[in-house]
Design a protein around this ligand. Sequence first.
Ligand SMILES: [Zn+2]
Length: 311
Amino acid sequence: MCLPALGDYMTNLILVHSEVYAGWVFSDSHPTQGRRFDNARERLLEFALGTGIEILEVESDHFPERSQLERVHSTTYIATVLDEGMSGEWSGERHDLGNIAHRMVGGTILAANALIKGKTRTAVHFPGAKHHAQRDHSSGFCVFADLAITAKYLLDGDSGVRRISIIDIDAHHGDGTEALLRDDPRVQTMSVHDRTIFPGTGHADDTEREVFNEALPYGSGDSQLTAAVARFIGEAQRFAPDLLMLALGADGHDTDPLSTLTYSIDGMVDAVGMIREAFPDLPILIGGAGGYQPDDVTPEVWARMAIAACA
Ligand SMILES: [Zn+2]
């Protein structure tokens, strides 16, 4: 449970959200359905009731300058999405989706700003952690690499953040986040994922570049997840970050259709709790990454992991 005593903080948890995110629908039959974000918000507010957890909601209404996106993406690619409404993730001109993709980057930056201003220790943006997006193209339902953009924004600016560790427990390898940040010595990226599914990468560590991967066999469950997270915690303790980013995909859950993993909700909550316990005072920025049971399991997993992060 969250500490009811806020100390120097304004609130236990800041949730960056917008009803507009419900429109993140590439097609009616596509696994990605934006209503999962509204559902997760509702679940989170329900879970917080009676626990002493204070949640401050922030409207995700920030559209960052293109120069922010250019920290990791090519100018041409940004123009394709924002000017032409085009992306490899959908068919035809969809300016509505390009606009939401832009808003999603802004939401993660707003969450980061809340952390560095000391308003909370835990900031959540469920549509964040688009971890497959690459420099000049989208991939795996991810258009802009919000975690990588925000990491560069914090590290290059006057935030006081000098090092960032990113732990990704989504069922898929965080290949975009890794590729965009592996040459930056100020960032450590770690991913535990299903080795049998998309994108098929992330089978080895690259310790010199602070890249750590655990590619789990078909059907792996809670014990493999928590073992991987325990190893990542050790690497992060050595790296000594000023801020943690978590890609808390819900798609490793046993019943999720997009992976073979068999995590339970309790197992995923325990993994997040281990991270918070190891870094009790560190600012934690959470993105929801993937999760393809939009009406029940995904919102529940996201909400419970968010609560665990402020324990
Ligand atoms: Zn995923």
